[in-house]
Design a protein around this ligand. Sequence first.
Ligand code: FAD
Length: 597
Amino acid sequence: MMADNKEAIKGGEFLIRETEAKDIFIPEEFSEEQKMMAQATQDFVEHEVKPLVERLEKGEYDLGATLLKKAGDLGLLGISIPEEYGGLGMNFNTSILIADVLGAAGSFSTTYGAHTGIGTLPILYYGTEEQKQKYVTKLATGEYVGCYCLTEPDAGSDANSGKSKAVLSSDKSHYVLNGQKMWISNAGYADLMIVFAKIDDDKRLSAFIVERAWDGITMNDEEVKLGIKGSSTRQVFFNDVKIPAENLLSTRENGFKIAVNILNIGRIKLGAGGIGGMKETINLSTQYAKERKQFKQPIANFGAIKYKLATMATKTFVTETLSYRAGQDIDDKTDALVAGGMEKNEAKLKGIAQFAIECSISKVHGSEVLAYIVDEGVQIYGGMGFSEDAPMARAYRDARITKIYEGTNEINRILIVDMLIKRAMKGQLDLMGPAWAVQKELTSVPDFASIDNTVLFAKEKLVIKNLKKAALMVSGGAVKKLEAKLGDEQEILMNVADMLIEIYAAESTLLRVEKLVGMKGEEACAGQIDMAKINLHHAVNIVNNAGKEALFAFSDGDEMRVMLLGLKRFTKIDPWNLKEARRRVANILIENGGYAF
Ligand SMILES: Cc1cc2nc3c(=O)[nH]c(=O)nc-3n(C[C@H](O)[C@H](O)[C@H](O)COP(=O)(O)OP(=O)(O)OC[C@H]3O[C@@H](n4cnc5c(N)ncnc54)[C@H](O)[C@@H]3O)c2cc1C
């Protein structure tokens, strides 16, 4: 259900808008149908995927295709594919929920993500009716396995610089494709490939639907990887491959746009796709900490271990919160556009593009939280964490890829700031007004607004409001000072991105818990209240540190002094016993034997 004014919310606007709890979706609001789908996925992971993990890891890659077929039989490959193409027609947020649960499936979550996301969606969103009927129907059931061939040996982050070339035949009946693609997930058993190449001497990429069975496609052996060893990853070579003209996807030179839009979808799913793995790691770590005894007691009794468990749970709760907030915002925007008369596919793409900033935030946040959690998981297991006989070593290796693919975290951080500034320049987001108001506030007497301490999170919301001012001050100051040169000062972009990520995460978490308290009462949400506040303190630290680093980098003299004072004022937070709060959260985990929020 869409809240009253949801369709009015814009991507990136969180920085200048005071969002209310009722305006965000929280995972506790998933419908019975969505929960049933999540349960079916959980059962699939437990009963079908996990028993095959060892064999997959040892190189029986084709089992990935077998599992995809089984997932197809259960409907898991077509969650948000419309029914007319063999899918279940559920909303985008449900597909994020399924990616979340599959996050506990190790390598197979990459196989699944590559197939259902980048392998299927280009045709679903950009294909002709004929292409969709011919291919999406088969991808939705698992009859065909899909893959996505964008990266080349010399074209990774700079994807548009690829050298693969398609030449249109003189009778315009077909293209002849030559080129080399690298790091292609599912390549070993894919039946269908979305291939990006430049036609003739075009400057921009075009996209093609290529069938594996066609002549001229060869592959290298499987890559020997650090992690996700059970997923197939190969180099693919195209040698004079004849592609029928009707297999051009969308229009000539529209490939880069397709690649970017599809990656936006992949990004939020990747961020959320870590959640299942995070929860699994927390469950295993909690159980191990309860069982492992040192100094005549379970290591779970030690404050240092409680700190880890509580932080792991808090970070997971936060990733979950922001991913589903953004996911539902995308759905609501899409629904609003459809209600306004827009064609469904176009509305979906517009909805996703509108929240591209939040998709990048989700990717960076989720992948870095996952990295933190598996690292602490290894640490809680001690020496056993380093052993291939225990589950942490594989989780640790598998997690590492998430910071690299679907746009590295550096590229995503740059995009977060770049998109925000571009939207401000185009007048789509009014950042200038609020940034100017903050500048004026810097030289005025602080306004000590009275706070009603009986209202839940009244103080904390003021902290969020101030953190937004800090980000506006720093980013506005950097734009003013460096203008077009800001793009060359990537360190500052990274600082600003960190501030924005933490603000979105902290605000979302407070609003989720506020809404939850409204549903269940404060007593039932004690752990969640603690986590929201723990995370807020963390956000204040990051915003303060990143803000300082940025100010040191681009300002000096009086200007720097005024802004540093402003930063101090905008990153104030009352002292609160974080140690006790973390212990309370850890004790909930220990009592429940795992993640219980
Ligand atoms: C296991 C695996 C599976 C994959 N699956 C697929 C797939 O199915 N399909 C597909 O097309 N691709 C796939 N990829 C490729 C993946 O998307 C790329 O590896 C990724 O985009 C990075 O490109 P690169 O490896 O060339 O690194 P590079 O682009 O060379 O980057 C190297 C480093 O430089 C940094 N960097 C690069 N440019 C900039 C910049 N402008 N500013 C600041 N820093 C920069 C990067 O952040 C990174 O830290 C996969 C990769 C792996 C490892």
